[in-house]
Design a protein around this ligand. Structure first.
Ligand code: MG
Length: 354
């Protein structure tokens, strides 16, 4: 199996203001696996706060490519063999979660193409259970928010980033523009428990449906305090990367936001779905700033979750793949084999890599 990879800078249509600072682009890597004459696409999207970048991904993927070269031609790819490959890949180095996810996603895309079936069908996922996906608004001036609302038109839910000293003003501005339901992501930006609880009550009155990562990722005591009192479900994002994080979060958060770039890909994300459900937790599938490739992999997981926030590819201006299809505010799982992603230029891998 031939593994190649190409660094990418995903340019944001609008600079993204978060509680943690401003971003204009995200580092990403497109990973391509060639096997039996077919090509699988994968992606690593690497926001700065998880410590991965082009150098770390390149160093890791060189090791992964060396290992994948030994995968014998003629051997079959399926859920079990992907799990085996990914446990070997995972053992190569600690960390590198997004780079690992890029291999995992490419393997799943390749599996579907080898079987000539869509991945959702191979994983027995029911497309009818697809939740609507939210469209994220970064912290911004009222003028820019108004502009962004136009991009949000196909979406039936808005996600708003809070964690500032003027959170109510941001919600009031958004509420002047739309009455769509809102998911709030505080991105670890809240510090005072009682203030957070009072704000949550106000947010609930203003059509907010859930709260994500209210406090610092390690402040589980505050998260538990708020979850026990909040009328809205409280979700973990930065507090929950991989399956091993789940046991300590049960009873602390109502739910977890699973992202492939944190979980090392679909194989572990699917396990996380089962573990979290057995612990009685709700589920959201989220994303980073990603191309259609990562988004379609997340969309395959979405029907197993209660909420979806998989809008990353609509936030960038240089997506190397065609945008996913949307239907009534939901990402549509197509009947194309694998992830069903289509490179923008003709000519397969070379086209994508340009
Ligand atoms: Mg988040």
């Amino acid at each position: 199996m031939l593994c190649t990879f190409q660094p990418l800078l995903l340019e944001l249509k609008h600079p993204f203001r978060l509680a943690t600072g401003m971003r204009t682009h995200t580092n990403a890597v497109l990973t391509t696996l060639e096997f039996e004459g077919l090509t699988g696409y994968g992606e690593a999207a690497m926001p700065p706060y998880y410590g991965e970048n082009h150098e770390t991904a390149s160093a890791f993927l060189q090791k992964a490519a060396h290992y994948l070269k030994t995968w014998p031609s003629g051997s079959s790819l399926n859920q079990e063999s992907i799990a085996t490959i990914m446990s070997e890949i995972d053992a190569l180095t600690p960390g590198n979660n997004a780079a690992k996810a890029s291999v995992d996603i490419a393997l799943h895309d390749l599996w579907g193409k080898l079987e000539n079936l869509p991945l959702w069908q191979l994983l027995s996922v029911d497309p009818q259970r697809m939740p609507p996906t939210s469209f994220t608004l970064g912290i911004d001036t009222p003028e820019v928010l108004r502009e962004k609302m136009q991009d949000a038109a196909p979406f039936s839910v808005i996600k708003v980033k809070l964690g500032t000293d003027h959170d109510k003003d941001i919600i009031r501005t958004v509420r002047e523009l739309t009455d769509k339901p809102i998911y709030v992501d505080a991105n670890q930006g809240w510090t005072d428990r009682q203030q957070a609880l009072d704000l949550v009550a106000w947010l609930a009155e203003n059509g907010v449906k859930l709260i994500e990562q209210p406090f610092k990722k390690d402040d589980l005591a505050s998260a538990q305090w708020l979850s026990e009192r909040s009328h809205l479900p409280v979700f973990a994002d930065e507090s929950c990367l991989r399956q091993a994080d789940l046991p300590q979060l049960a009873g602390v958060f109502h739910g977890v936001n699973i992202k492939l770039m944190k979980s090392t890909g679909l194989h572990e994300a699917l396990r996380m779905v089962n573990s979290a459900r057995s612990m009685g937790m709700q589920l959201m599938v989220g994303c980073m700033t990603e191309t259609s490739c990562g988004i379609m992999a997340a969309a395959t997981l979405a029907p197993l979750c209660d909420y979806a926030d998989i809008d990353g590819c609509w936030l960038i201006s240089n997506n190397p793949f065609v945008l996913p299809e949307m239907e009534a505010g939901k990402v549509r799982l197509t009947n194309r084999p694998g992830l069903g992603v289509i490179p923008r230029r003709r000519g397969g891998a070379e086209g994508v890599m340009g």
